[in-house]
Ligand binder design. Structure first.
Ligand code: 5GP
Length: 188
């Protein structure tokens, strides 16, 4: 998506360890007009797929996911990073955070992820695929089927894409970063 690529080139900042900061329009301040355009693109890319639920993970996936839910009139479930005492039918998985370099337990209720569900997973970044792995695990435990995944930005120099291809999971990324070497953003 050219609009997204332009924003990344204009406003994106590189941080050591292969981290791209897009805080001015995705991860801190958000641009709802851009988010809606991104969501429209996800809906277009997934138009041949039958799905009944959008799943994302706290926190930055929520904005694009809810826009996709709005456009498709489908419910949006966000996987939580803290386990509420009140959650019924809790399913958990352990995810390694790339940006924080630590493991944390994520959870979802089996009231909202069920064997009837055909899921599109939406997130902001695909890096090493750990968040995706966690969501795949939750869906398997819940008996739900992942039909596809959509990421705003894929970092192709990390291995999430290889992992998803190996697992046979269809995914789409709206922009692909080839490299952040020498703190220079190179897009595909
Ligand atoms: P993965 O689980 O694929 O290794 O990493 C994806 C998750 O880590 C995303 O949910 C995202 O929040 C975070 N992440 C990974 N790489 C980056 C990055 O370069 N910049 C930002 N802002 N978040 C990232």
């Amino acid at each position: 998506m050219d609009l997204l690529k332009e924003r990344i080139m204009q406003e994106g900042r590189c941080f050591p360890g292969g981290i791209l900061k897009v805080d001015s329009f995705v991860n801190h301040q958000m641009d709802p007009i851009l988010m809606m355009d991104l969501a429209k693109e996800f809906v277009r890319l997934f138009k041949d797929i039958k799905y009944n639920k959008i799943v994302t993970i706290e926190a930055s996936g929520i904005a694009p996911a809810i826009m996709v839910g709005y456009l498709t009139n489908l419910p949006v479930v966000f996987v939580k990073k803290k386990q509420p005492k009140t959650m019924e039918g809790m399913i958990t998985s352990v995810v390694h955070s790339f940006t924080k370099d630590r493991d944390y337990t994520v959870c979802v209720s089996n009231s909202y992820l069920t064997p009837e569900d055909h899921v599109i997973f939406i997130d902001d970044f695909l890096a090493n695929g750990n968040a995706s792995k966690g969501v795949m695990d939750l869906c398997e435990k819940a008996g739900a089927k992942i039909e596809a995944m959509g990421f705003i930005i894929e970092k192709a120099f990390q291995h999430g894409g290889d992992f998803l291809r190996k697992e046979g999971i269809r995914y789409e990324a709206l922009a692909t970063v080839e490299s952040l070497d020498d703190c220079k953003i190179v897009l595909k």
